[in-house]
Every structure is written in structure tokens, then in C-alpha cells.
Design a protein around this ligand. Structure first.
Ligand code: ADP
Ligand code: MG
Length: 755
């Protein structure tokens, strides 16, 4: 069965249990394989068989529940604008309602406090309004509050009655609706009231104030939630709209979508680079800060790659487009950030489970509370008082128990964390990776390209072949010219600088982790490290090699089957930030191990320079994988940072695989985390970010839970018999609104923290 995955923007979700309802409904449809609905970024990911189910039919089911799916994958990019427009109008609607209801609710709240004080103390005079007028006015306002502002809550009740599905809206709808119906009955049917000898109090104020506070809370929450996701907006704004291309010898400005591979593009100073490509002419400083987080502009010239979204600061350049549209690094980053923000962290599973079963449980508690008041309560207090207190408790329980904050706790923090990472050149694949990273206690680093710059140069020659040095280097460089290893570039560049010509090589073969072999002018040569020479059984001067490796240099030995012809030494500079980064990792209590295929002595020298604890040298790529497995078996949580060239299996085995992106040509989907610009100090930042995000999530979950845990018994009146405490629904509404807003604000705080 062929499956396809669609991302939908979801509108109409007011609470996290909405996400649970949609998930339940859609996953129950035939031929739908998986559904994941995220309340945080209001997106749904649905995997289904397009031959059996249509998007329209999925949407139809969702609409029955009162939500809408807007298909985002159809019109790439366009969907984004559409969805954010819809979101904008939802927000506006909420704002209008808040502007009306909140001042009114506040006034009612003040009058209510006044009334209570007037009745309980002698200092405060009675309200200067006739009670009948006040009641009549309250009734009108409560009607507007419930039927206009509170419409989503009433729809929640309707949905509950029709489909048996309850969410948080349902809870608030039942709560405020009950207070309203009770009050209307008392006001309009005085005979009925007298018949049951009910008190004269009405609870229109409860309806007004609860709806007022909760609506304000939702509005503030929606506004801050938009801010949690603004990293994406910023990335999108990096995309240039047009490009100045040369077509048929003329400069013309075309829309970015019309730029094709191979287009020659003119980049004037101060202009944003429109697509990825290679500079063909000119020199300029390129500001890459928005993509890599690197604050200092980098000088680039012909042959260097530049990527879309970066800014040409001062020079006049021409470039050739190599990657356009969705292929650019920027487009990949945007996709990855969006995906990661919408993904679920393992820690969220618990919150999801709880909000899924919470609503029916709360309804049960509320009904039980009411029944207990009417039976047990009325035997102590008399029926009349028990009814008023019972109604108040019933409403309070429904309002305070809303698990709104619970559903916001994890996704809002993940959205902020992933976005903050992207702005610092730390690309995180998914929420699970971000969560795992905070537990890492061992970091394994590759030497070449991670600790060292990765651009070694040839520094010494020991030629014992009897050939002239030029011939000796010529043969070596011819062979190395076929290799991709950084060592190879050192040798080839040296030969080229000397103007040596290279010979043809046949029967070339890479000897993984050791070197290479090939035939030049009918002679078979082997090039590589001491390990390779020992295996071949050819003799070489160990002491001479040692002398160099103790200085951190790497030997490249060349031999025939019979004897060693000599060697060259290559040396790679240690990255300036490596030492500080290793120190910072130590401060976080993390052990750093360097794994390398390089010579042991040379590797140890480098390790000592930067303060690395342990070196494992002469390892073959497959041994790297085994070493990680051993560490994991010891109970260590391992992150592996490598250039990804021959480390892919090890990166995959590690708990967190970290690709050091060098240059701009990185396959960012291959690792859990990609550090743009190959900067190891970013790994420290990534770990700090993960710790920060996880701490935020845990605080959020605590605050979300504590409201419910403390609030529900208090609201139900469990403490009334002991202390006479009962939570007025109005304060339940206030607490509710406050808990959601505080959770979102707490997540937003992560944004401001220093990495
Ligand atoms: P690493 O990425 O840690 O350098 P590799 O497996 O790529 O590990 O290489 C291991 C070792 O094999 C190198 O340190 C070097 O000694 C030798 N080697 C690999 N490729 C070449 C090459 N093209 N020329 C010479 N030596 C090589
Ligand atoms: Mg390597």
C-alpha cells in the first residue's frame, strides 16, 4: 500500500484536548496510517493511502467536529501565507471579543467584590444600584457573553451532546452554561424558585467573569504562541524576492522562482544572495550571520560557494546558480525547523495521555461533586444553601480542571528551543533529538575537521627512494589525486604549487582507514599510515617517524610491495575554538573522547593541546561504531560529532549524531543535529540549549499540573467542611487563564537566555 504524508494547518483548536480529539477521530478512519496533531504549532501530520482516502473526505470528518484542515503541502509556500492569514483573522476575532468582554468582566468583578464586602462588613456601604436593575443588566451582559464571546464553548457542549466527544471547551461551556441556566430560571420563574425555596442569588456574574478571564487568557496565549514560532518567519524573510540574472546578454530582474540552474546572477553590494551558487567573479565580505550564527562576515572570492539568504556586504559579484528553489540550504533549513517544531518530544507522551483522559474524568468529578452537595451537603446545610454551593462547586471544578496549560507545556518550549537553535546555526532534526541531547555525558569527536581545521599542509619530505624529490612527490600526488581525504589535498596542493604534472593511475583502490593503492607507470604503489606498512611487512624507520609524530604531524608513507620509498609529513592546525569548547564540555560534566584513524602519537599530541581526556587512534570506520556501542553498553549517553564523510554509521549509532557542516554544502537531514560552519563550540551551545529547553518543559509541566492537583479538590469543596474554603468559579477562571499564559511566557523566556 502506497502511503503519503500531508501536513495540514488546523484551525479552530482552542485547547490541547482538541488535538487529542482530532487524532482519535482521524486515526479511526480506514486507510489512515498515522496522525499526529500538534496544538503548539497548530499543525496536523497525516499519513494515509491516497488511493483510498481523499483529503476532502478527511476534512469532512474533521469539520463535523468543528475544526478545519488547510492543506499546506499542496501549494508550497503559498499554503504558509494562507494559513497565517487564517490565523490572523482568528486572532483578530479573539481580540475584538476580548476588547468587549474584559472591561465588562472587570467591572462586574469589582461590583461583585463590593457587594460581598457590603454584605459581610459594616464599613463598605451597599451598592448604589438597585438590585433589580443590576440583575437585569447582568442578565443581558451574560447572554451576550455566553452566546457571542462564549460561542466556542457552547459549540463544545453541542459537540459533546451530538458526538459524545468532550474537550476543554465543553468543560467551560457546561460550567458557564449551568450558571447561566440556573440564574435565568431563578429570575424568570420565581414560582419555581419559591417552590424549591432556593435563594435569590443569581450567578450571571460568574458566567460573565469566567468567560471574560478565560477569553483574555486565550487571547494572550494566542499572541504569545505566535511569538514562539517567529524563528520561521525570520528565516522566510531571508528569502530574496527577485534576482538580477543575465539572459541573452542582458541584465533582467526575474522572480526568484524563475531562477534556474546555471543562471549567471549579478549581486550588487548590500544585496541578499537569492539562491545557492558559486562566485564566478569578484571579491566581497559575505555576512552569513543569519544562517550560521557567525557574527563576522567572511571574505569570499571566485570559486567559493555562497548561499541564499546571506548578504553581500561590500563587493560586486557575479555568481552561477547551483541550487535553486527547494534545494537551497535556506529552504532545507526552513523545512527542517518546521518539521522539528511540529514533532513530538518523548516527554510529551505523558501530557498527551493525561489530556486525553482528563476531560471525561473531570466531568465525572464535577457531577459527583454536585450530587454530594445535594445529598450529603443538604443534610447538614439544608437544601437551599447546598444548591447554591453545589452549583458553585460544579462550575468551579469544570473551569479549574481545564488541562489547557498541560497541552502547551511541551510544544511551546520545543518551538522556541528549535527556533533559537536555528538562529545560532544549530539545526535540530526533531524534538526527540533535542530531548536526548540534555542527557549526553560522553562526546566523541573526530580529529580531522572537528578538532583540527581539516586543511592539512605538507610540511616535511623524507625521500629515500633514490628518485629526485620532484619525481617522488609527483608519483605520490598522482595517487593522492584520486582520493578525497584531507591528507590527499595537502599532497596534491603541494605538487600543484610546485608546478608538477600528474601521471595516470590505474587499478586504484582505497584502503579504508589505512590509505590507498594504485599503479603508476606499471609499478604498484601503496600509500598510507604505519599500520598499512606493518601489514605489508615493509621496513621503515620507526624512530624517524616518531620524531615527527611527537610534533603532532601525520605521516604519509609510500612504498612498493618490496620497500618503503620514503614519506611526507602533513600537519593540520588546531581550530582556535577547540580548546575552549573542550573545556566548556568538561564544565558541563561531559567526557570528551577523540576517535581517529590517524597515527596514535600524532593524535595524542593534538588531544593534549586541546585538553581531551582520551584518545583512540588507528581506528577503522567500523571500529568507531563498535566503540560507541561499548560506551553505550556501559550506560553512557553518547553524542558523536563528525564530518559525516566516513562516519555515517557511527553517527547513526550514537544517541545523538552531530554533523559538523563545513562550508555550505551540507546534507543536514543526515544527522540529528547539524552545526553549521563546523564549529565545535556550537556543540556546547547545543547542549546548553537542550538543557534549557528541558528545564523549561519540566517547569511548565509542574505548573500545569499543580493548578489542577491543588485546584480540583479546593473547587469541589473538599476543604469546606474543615476550613469553610470554597473556590469561587471566578477565581477558578482567573487561575485557568493565568496558568496558560504563564506557561507560554515561561517558554518564551528561553528565547532571551544566553547560550
Ligand atoms: P580519519 O577521518 O580519522 O582521518 P580515516 O579512516 O579517514 O580516519 O583515515 C585513517 C588514516 O588512514 C589516516 O589518518 C591516514 O593515516 C590514512 N589515510 C587515509 N586516507 C589516506 C590517503 N588518501 N593518503 C594517505 N593516508 C591516508
Ligand atoms: Mg574521516
Amino acid at each position: 500500500m502506497y502511503m503519503t504524508t500531508h501536513i495540514f494547518k488546523v484551525t479552530g483548536m482552542h485547547c490541547a484536548s482538541c488535538a487529542a480529539i482530532i487524532t482519535k477521530k482521524v486515526s479511526s478512519l480506514p486507510n489512515v496510517a498515522s496522525v499526529s496533531v500538534n496544538y503548539g504549532n497548530e499543525k496536523a501530520k497525516v499519513e494515509f493511502d491516497p488511493a483510498q482516502v481523499s483529503i476532502a473526505s478527511i476534512n469532512e470528518e474533521v469539520e463535523k467536529l468543528g475544526y478545519t484542515f488547510v492543506d499546506e503541502s499542496v501549494s508550497n509556500g503559498g499554503g504558509h501565507d494562507h494559513a497565517s492569514m487564517m490565523k490572523g483573522s482568528e486572532l483578530e476575532d479573539l481580540r475584538d471579543k476580548t476588547n468587549f468582554i474584559f472591561p465588562v468582566a472587570l467591572a462586574v468583578f469589582v461590583l461583585m467584590l463590593w457587594d460581598i464586602s457590603a454584605r459581610t462588613t459594616t464599613i463598605v456601604p451597599n451598592l448604589p444600584i438597585p438590585m433589580t436593575l443590576f440583575n437585569a443588566l447582568s442578565m443581558v451582559i451574560a447572554t451576550v457573553a455566553l452566546f457571542w464571546v462564549g460561542k466556542p464553548y457552547l459549540l463544545g457542549v453541542v459537540r459533546f451532546l451530538r458526538h459524545g466527544i468532550a474537550n476543554m471547551d465543553t468543560l467551560i461551556g457546561i460550567g458557564t452554561g449551568t450558571a447561566y441556566i440556573y440564574s435565568i430560571t431563578i429570575t424568570l420563574l420565581p414560582q419555581f424558585r419559591e417552590l424549591l425555596s432556593l435563594p435569590e442569588y443569581t450567578y450571571f456574574d460568574v458566567t460573565i467573569v469566567v468567560i471574560g478571564f478565560i477569553t483574555l487568557g486565550k487571547y494572550l496565549e494566542a499572541r504569545s504562541k505566535e511569538k514562539t514560532g517567529d524563528a520561521i518567519e525570520k528565516l522566510l524573510s531571508l528569502q530574496a524576492k527577485t534576482a538580477l540574472v543575465i539572459r541573452e546578454g542582458k541584465e533582467i530582474e526575474v522572480a526568484i522562482a524563475e531562477v534556474i540552474h546555471g543562471d549567471v546572477i549579478i549581486i550588487k553590494p548590500g544585496v541578499r544572495i537569492p539562491v545557492d551558487g558559486v562566485i564566478t567573479e569578484g571579491v566581497s565580505f559575505i555576512d552569513e550571520s543569519m544562517i550560521t550564527g557567525e557574527p563576522i562576515p567572511v571574505e569570499k572570492t571566485a570559486g567559493d560557494t555562497i548561499s541564499a539568504g546571506t548578504i553581500n556586504t561590500n563587493g560586486y559579484l557575479t555568481m552561477k546558480a547551483t541550487k535553486v528553489g527547494s534545494e537551497t540550504l535556506l529552504a532545507q533549513i526552513i523545512r527542517m525547523v518546521e518539521d522539528a517544531q511540529g514533532s513530538k518530544a518523548p516527554i510529551e507522551a505523558l501530557a498527551d495521555k493525561i489530556s486525553g483522559i482528563f476531560v471525561p474524568i473531570v466531568l465525572g468529578i464535577a457531577v459527583t461533586t454536585l450530587v454530594l452537595w445535594l445529598t450529603v451537603g443538604s443534610s447538614f446545610l439544608g437544601f437551599s444553601d447546598a444548591v447554591s454551593l453545589g452549583i458553585l462547586s460544579f462550575v468551579s471544578v469544570l473551569v479549574i480542571a481545564c488541562p489547557c496549560a498541560l497541552g502547551l507545556a511541551t510544544p511551546t518550549a520545543i518551538i522556541v528551543g528549535v527556533g533559537k537553535g536555528a538562529q545560532n546555526g544549530i539545526l535540530i532534526k526533531d524534538a526527540a533529538t533535542l530531548e536526548h541531547l540534555h542527557k549526553v555525558d560522553t562526546v566523541i569527536v573526530d580529529k580531522t575537521g572537528t578538532i583540527t581545521v581539516g586543511k592539512p599542509t605538507l610540511v616535511d619530505i623524507e625521500n629515500v627512494s633514490g628518485m629526485h624529490d620532484n619525481e617522488f612527490i609527483g608519483i605520490l600526488a598522482s595517487l593522492e589525486n584520486k582520493s578525497e581525504h584531507p591528507i590527499a589535498y595537502a599532497v596534491v596542493n603541494f605538487a600543484k604549487d610546485k608546478g608538477l604534472s600528474l601521471d595516470d593511475v590505474s587499478n586504484f583502490e582505497i584502503l579504508q582507514g589505512k590509505g590507498l593503492m594504485g599503479v603508476v607507470n606499471d609499478t604498484k604503489y601503496f600509500v598510507g599510515n604505519t599500520k598499512l606498512m606493518r601489514e605489508l611487512g615493509v621496513a621503515f624507520s620507526e624512530s624517524l617517524i616518531e620524531k615527527y609524530t611527537e610534533e603532532g604531524k601525520t605521516p604519509v608513507i609510500i612504498a612498493t610491495k618490496e620497500k618503503v620509498l620514503g614519506f611526507v609529513m602533513v600537519s593540520d592546525e588546531v581550530k582556535s575554538e577547540a580548546k575552549k569548547a573542550v573545556g566548556d564540555l568538561h564544565k558541563l560534566g561531559i567526557k570528551v573522547i577523540m576517535l581517529t584513524g590517524d597515527d596514535e602519537r600524532s593524535a595524542k599530541y593534538i588531544a593534549k593541546l586541546v585538553g581531551i581526556d582520551e584518545v583512540i587512534a588507528h581506528v577503522l570506520p567500523k571500529d568507531k561504531l563498535e566503540k560507541i556501542q561499548t560506551l553505550q553498553a556501559e550506560g553512557r549517553v553518547v553524542a558523536m560529532a563528525g564530518d559525516g564523510v566516513n562516519d555515517a554509521p557511527a553517527l547513526a549509532q550514537a544517541d545523538v549524531g552531530i554533523a559538523m557542516g563545513t562550508g555550505t554544502d551540507v546534507a543536514i537531514e543526515s544527522a540529528g543535529i547539524t552545526l553549521l560552519h563546523g564549529d565545535i563550540s556550537k556543540l556546547v551551545k547545543a547542549i546548553k540549549l537542550s538543557k534549557m529547553t528541558m528545564r523549561g518543559i519540566k517547569q511548565n509541566l509542574f505548573w500545569a499540573f499543580i493548578y489542577n492537583v491543588v485546584g480540583i479538590p479546593l473547587a469541589a469543596g473538599a476543604l469546606y467542611p474543615v476550613f469553610g474554603w470554597l473556590l469561587n468559579p471566578i477565581f477558578a477562571g482567573l487561575a485557568m487563564a493565568f496558568s496558560s499564559v504563564s506557561v507560554v511566557m515561561n517558554s518564551l523566556r528561553i528565547k532571551a537566555k544566553k547560550l
